[in-house]
Each structure stands twice: as C-alpha cells, then as structure tokens.
Design a protein. Sequence first.
Lengths: 396, 160, 104
Amino acid sequence: MSSDSIDQIFIHLKQWLLSWLAGAPDWIIQVASSLLNILALLGVFLTLFALISVLERKILGRMQNRYGPNRVGPFGLFQPIADGIKMLIKEDIVPARADKIVHFLAPILIAATAILALGVIPYGRNMTPFAIDGGILFFFAVGSTTELAVFMAGWGSNNKFSMLGAMRAIAQMVSYELPLIITTLPVVMVVGALSPDAIVAAQSNYSFGFVPHWFVATPWGAAAFVLFFVSGLVESNRTPFDVPEGESEIVAGHMTEYSGFKYATFFMAEYIGMFAISGLAVTLFLGGWHAPVRVLQFIPSYIWFFAKLSALLFVYIWLRGTLPRTRIDHIMNFAWKFMLPMAFTCILAAAVWHYAGRGLAGWLCSLAVIVIVYIALSILLDTRKRFATRTYRFAE
Amino acid sequence: MNSVAFILIALLTLAAALAAASLPKLIHAALSFAVTFVGVAAFFFLLGAEFVGLVQIFVYIGAVAVLIVFTILLTRRDVGKDRGFNWAGVFIAIAVFAGLLWAILKTQPLSIAAPPIEALTVRRIGEVLMTSYVWPLQCVGLLLTAALIGALILVMEEKR
Amino acid sequence: MTPTLQLFLIVAAALFCIGLLAALSRRHAIFILIGIEMMLAAANLNFIAFWRFGPQPQPPTGVMVAIFSIAIAAAEAAVGLALVIAVYRHYRTTNVDQLNQLKG
C-alpha cells in the first residue's frame, strides 16, 4: 500500500460503508454520512478522554514522586473503565430546592456544545467532519454557549458554592474570550478566510524543505500562540486558572451539587473542551495536520495532528503538575491589562509582517513591534514597588 | 425535507418565544430567550445566510444572554415576583398580529420559490463590508465604543 | 413543497408580536428588554428572507442590514441592562410601574 492510501484510509472506509446505501434517496445518504462522522468523532474523542484521564493521573503521579493508578489492568490502563462503572452506579442526587429542569439541562448543554465544537477541526487531509465556510466563527459561537451552561449549573443547584463557582467561571471565561478571539484574528487576516481548511492549507509550504510555514514560526504567530494557549487554559478551567472549582475554597464550584453520571458528564465536557481548544491551536498556529519537515510527509496526516494535539495536552498536564492556583483578581487584571493589549499588538505585528513582504524584513519588524509593546507593558504594569517587606506574625 | 425543517424550527422558535414572554421566573424566561435566538439562527441557516446565523448565536447566546442572567443576578433582591400582568398588551399584540397577517396574505409575493443563488461566502461579506458599507461599519464601531463606555459609566458606583 | 416567503413573513410577524406582548404586558424591566430584542430579531428575519427571495444576483444588502442590526441590538442590550442595574441601585426595584419619579 502506498502512503497516500494509508493517509486516506478513513475516507475510503467511509466511502465503502456508504456504498452499501447506493440507490437510496439523497437525504438518507447525507444523514448516514453525517452519522458516520459523528460516530467517528465521538469514538475517537471519548477514547482519547479515557486515555488522557488515566495518563494525566500517571504523569501527575510521576511529577509528584508517587505512582499513579496502577491497580486495574496493565499499568492501570483500565482505570477509566472502573471509574466509569463507579460513576454510573452512583446515586443521582438532585437537591430538594434545586431548579430541577435547569439543573438537569446544564450537563447536557455543556457536553453537547463541547462536542459540537470538535466538528469543525480538520483532523487530516480531507478529514474535516463539518466543513463550513465560517468554521472558526462556528467554533467560538458554540464555545460561547458554555458560559450559559455553567451559569445554568450554578443557578439550578441553588447552592451558594455552586453560584460562586459559576460566577467566577463566567467572569474569567468572558474576560479571556476576548484575547482568545482576538489572537485568532491575525491568522484569519493573513489567510483571508474563516474556514479551518483554508488556514491549514495556507501553512503547507516549507522554506529550504525543513522550516515549515506554520504561523507559530513568525513573531506575531508565536506571541499569538502563547496568548491563545493561556486563554485556552482559562477557558477550559485548568490549573493555574482553576479558581471556579477551587476545592479548598468552594467545594467543586458549579459542579458541587452534581453526582454520579451528571458529574462525569461535566468532567468529560471539560476535557473535550480542552481537546477542542488545543485542536484549534494546532489548526491555527501549528500547521494543522502538516508534517514539520518535508521528508516526513509520508507519515499519515492524522498521525501528525494527534501527535501535535498530544504534545499540547502534555503541556496542559505539565502545567497542572507544576503551577499553584492563581488568585481571581490577578487573573482578571492579567486578562484586561496584559492579555488584551498584547492580543491587539499581535494584529498590528501581523499587519507589519504582511506589508513588509512576509520575508525576513517583515519578520524582524514584527518582532520589534511585539518586543517594544511587551517592554512598555511590563514597565507600565510593574507592581514591584507596591510590595512591602514581608512581615511574619506568628503567635509569639 | 426543507419544509419539515421549517416547521420544526418555527415551532421551536415560537414556543420558546412564548415561554420567554410568559414564564413567571426570570431565569427561565432568559433561557427560553436564548433558545428563541437559536431558532432564529436556524432560520438564517435555512435561508442560506450562514454567517449571520453564526453571528446571531455568538452575539445573543454568548453575550446578550449572559448579560441578562448577570443582570438578573445583580437585581435578585427585588423579591416581589412579577406582579402585574397587563392584559391590554395581549390584545394589542393580537391586533397587531392580525393586521400584519392580513397585510402579508393580501400582498402579491415577489416570487413563490426562492431563486437559486450562489453561496454567500464570508469573503464576499467581508469585501462588501469593507467597500460599500465601510461608513456604516465605522459608525457601528463608534456606536459600540460609545455603548461600552456609557454602560460602564452607568453601572459605576455612585460617589456620595 | 418548500417554504415560501409568506411563511417566513408570518413567522417573523408572530415573533414580533410575541416580543410586543412581552414588552407591553410584563412589568419587569428585563422582560421589556427581552421583548425588544425579540422584535429586532423578527425584523432581521424579514431582512434575510427578503434578501433570499428577492431577485438575484444582487449585493447582499439584507445580510448587511441584519449584521448591523445585530451589532446595534447588542449595544442596546448592554446599555439597557446597565440602565436596569443603575435604576435598581437607586430605587431597589426593577418594576417599571414604580419608576414614576423624575427626581430621585
């Protein structure tokens, strides 16, 4: 088999499956094709969720000098199955004073929107489940629904911890949605399209055969990628920005009153949201499914995509293992005073890069723009003077 | 297929709109309001205006609905339920609907079936927005900035 | 059978009247805002429907108007809700019937 047929194996498989329906009315084939896409998407990402949930605990364990889960199956790999069974047979508790309908709908909405957002990401050559012209906009439109779902969970539970957690979550998600969206703008402007496929196609070339034309290789792209990644951390409520569910303060935030399978749904939605944001970061800045060097193009495209995705997910886990939780006012200050101006600077730098001919000159000019703004912001936002010498007040 | 989708979306939109207008609890009304706008966005998709549908979801669910629930939270201590219900409003609304319905049914339609059109791409919208509609665009930008500042000033704590 | 322009107009009219109902008969300021937003959405639906059923090809005027209208509706919602909060702070109520004084 040639490398091309391995690359397209899933497409051929789908066509083969659909060929069974030959002769059926058009809309049946359309529905069947969509169902196949949905099933493949769910299968892949639920498996990935199960895998990541155990790998995260293993890696965190390794970072904290202990064994992770290692009892169920080889190396503890069957742990998610045990967890799933445990979650399924737990009692489903709904608080007596809860707003029952809203309480019930919140986990459904949050999981549905998280999975919908996965649909527009190109996973490989010709492998976009839901290719529409405004794909990036679709991603953010669907993603913004999460805030409403979190609010529903917090309100529906009728519990002050839930409400506090939901308020924190919405506050930080609204604040970081701005840098998240504004950092995608330079990419959209440079490519001139909102569709993820066009964005991936624009990153397909190589200089000298080994420097890929990924947007992360340009100064504005690198800055935007870092900002996007940090905003993604906040949007998926991951450490160090996990104040909405800070266990030591407000139990589990908006998930406090959920138990059993509904809690598992929230947990799953959080991870799927993380996959979606990382997948979009790969698509926008890391060249999507393209190989990093030209000679490695024989490896199928979807393997590259998932390799990049796994690398990003590892960074997520790594950050969780190393960083402490940030205070909420610091998070908000950081969003409005640093992230937002830097995100606008990325647009400016991308424009400079574009009008200086997209070459070395543009590269250096846009680097200069970003460095100047970064230094200016650091001087403006310098808070060192405000700290006094720390005084310790022990019970003497 | 198309008409099935139309009927389903119409039922969903109008039912959610009625719920938003009549539910006693504000939060339920706000959530039904969000569903109404999903329905309207679905209509836009059905009519081939993908971009507007996405913008609609983005703006209304992501921003306006969240603003509304925040406002409900901030004004929550206003314990008295929604006291009065003005029945005159119902009659006026029904009268207006009857008038509109009469006008719609009496007018000759432009064309019975929708003429085939080429898909309205985002690129085309962007080009039009940046050429013939650039002044309205600037005005809307100014308006949004003014609204942002105005809203901030309105909700700032009053100094006593 | 595919839906005709008239059907879309009827749905938009119904949506408009439900918005009108909410704005006229509810006493809570937020309901009134919700009603106004619904009326704007009904108008948008009309714009898009007329664009789709109008003679082709043509510049996408209906779509443009709908986009601007959404932006203006967002601004209106932001200012309106800020007003609701400001009024609530002052009078401790959001019932529009009780806001009958010009001088607070």
